[in-house]
Design a protein around this ligand. Structure first.
Ligand code: FNR
Length: 382
């Protein structure tokens, strides 16, 4: 398939679905229980109306912004998503190449299929990466990973994921567990000698033979993280800014904001619907924060992800107060559709749609976007 003939993110997913293995598809596509949160994530954007202004000069259009003071060309970043090499040998390195081409930020999953050093190899001046951490039961393993991040200048922050202390029940992933190799899937960073050196793997129980990809990646992830214990521990082991991912209520957004400036950003996310099914889409959490604790927006940057498939989705999130939006599956399916060029096509489509949306709304720069550009009454009642 010619990548140029693919016109939108749904078509990218269709093409990738035909090209990647059944097991990879099940892992990427799957979500918790009945996939309700995954469905809501995208549907919620369709209920928000845009309010275009006319008679506005829209020759110029600038999508650039910054995350934690690092300049980027797009308010769209690639969310941390595990095992990109299941889709294509270019893997997370390929995503990095595409992000470089479009000036987009990339968050690297702790469960990436390539090592962080491999992924940032070839990164250009000014390219921005974050490292997503799943704290391990054996803290020494996570401490070794954090030490390694301190040595990679391209990694600008640590993104601690908190919405999945245990994996959600993902039935598609479970169903495909016996397809192909059923060896436990391991994160590349965990395979690496510099991490294993400190581990007590020999004593730790090994995972059962047959598990879905998700279950097997979660093996060893700590479920005992708390505000009181984990943030001070993290501060001891990294001087990088902290981003908390997986905030789903205004209460937790507020608590996170009390930890500024150590916590510099929060990501409103339900993990692409892969953790607790029927947890709210980020848009609902944005509305809650606006209503109950709008000061959060002054203390931390607020990023969102889940269900972003159109430039209009990006713009609506920004109007509601998000600094930027992450794409998870879109990038993985882009990789599946055409390796690094497929991811580049995803970013090209989203950038062009975002620009068209800005022009038709009558806005030149993303910092001009606000609540006056949308009508969210249909979801404010929900
Ligand atoms: C994820 N996500 C995720 N999040 C995280 O913090 N660490 C991880 O390792 C992963 N792994 C992962 C794998 C796959 C296959 C998917 C689809 C997602 C969640 C991800 O960062 C993001 O929150 C969602 O993907 C956003 O939703 P969309 O864009 O996929 O709808």
């Amino acid at each position: 398939v010619e990548l140029d003939s693919i016109l939108n993110i749904d078509e990218i997913e269709e093409v990738a679905t035909k090209q990647i293995s059944r097991k990879a598809w099940a892992y990427y596509y799957s979500a918790g229980d009945d996939l309700m949160s995954k469905k809501f994530n995208n549907e919620v954007y369709r209920k928000i109306l845009l309010r275009p202004r006319i008679f506005v000069d829209c020759v110029n259009c600038d999508t650039s912004t910054s995350f934690l003071s690092h300049k980027v060309k797009l308010p769209i970043y690639v969310s941390p998503a595990a095992m990109a090499r299941l889709a294509h040998p270019d893997g997370e390195w390929g995503i990095a190449q595409a992000c470089e081409q479009y000036g987009a930020m990339q968050l690297i999953s702790q469960n990436a299929s390539m090592t962080p050093e491999q992924i940032v190899a070839g990164a250009k001046e000014g390219q921005v990466f974050g490292w997503q951490l799943y704290v391990q039961t054996e803290r020494a393993k996570s401490e070794a990973i954090l030490a390694r991040m301190n040595k990679l200048p391209q990694i600008k922050f640590i993104c601690l994921t908190l919405d999945a202390p245990v994996p959600g029940k993902r039935e598609d992933d479970e169903r495909s567990k016996n397809i192909g190799s059923n060896l436990p899937v391991r994160a590349a960073v965990q395979e690496d000698a510099s991490v294993n050196k400190t581990s007590t793997d020999a004593k730790a129980p090994s995972p059962p033979k047959s598990m879905g990809v998700g279950q097997s990646l979660f093996w060893g992830t700590a479920a005992d993280l708390t505000w009181q214990r984990t943030l001070p521990w993290l501060a001891q082991h990294t001087s990088l800014p902290i981003v908390l991912k997986g905030i789903q209520t205004h209460e937790d957004a507020y608590l996170a904001s009390l930890h500024a400036p150590q916590v510099k950003a929060i990501i409103l996310s339900n993990h692409g619907g892969r953790a607790l099914d029927t947890a709210p889409p980020a848009v609902h959490t944005l509305l809650e924060i606006r209503k109950y604790c709008p000061e959060v927006f002054d203390c931390v940057e607020v990023w969102v992800d889940g269900g972003i498939k159109r430039g209009t989705d990006v713009i609506k999130a920004l109007c509601l107060g998000a600094r930027g939006v992450g794409v998870g599956r879109a990038a993985l399916f882009g990789l599946g559709a055409g390796g690094k060029e497929g991811v580049a096509r995803v970013l090209e489509i989203l950038k062009a749609e975002t620009e068209t949306c800005m022009r038709l709304l009558g806005v030149e720069r993303v910092d001009q976007l606000g609540m006056h550009h949308i009508n969210a009454r249909a979801i404010e009642r929900d």
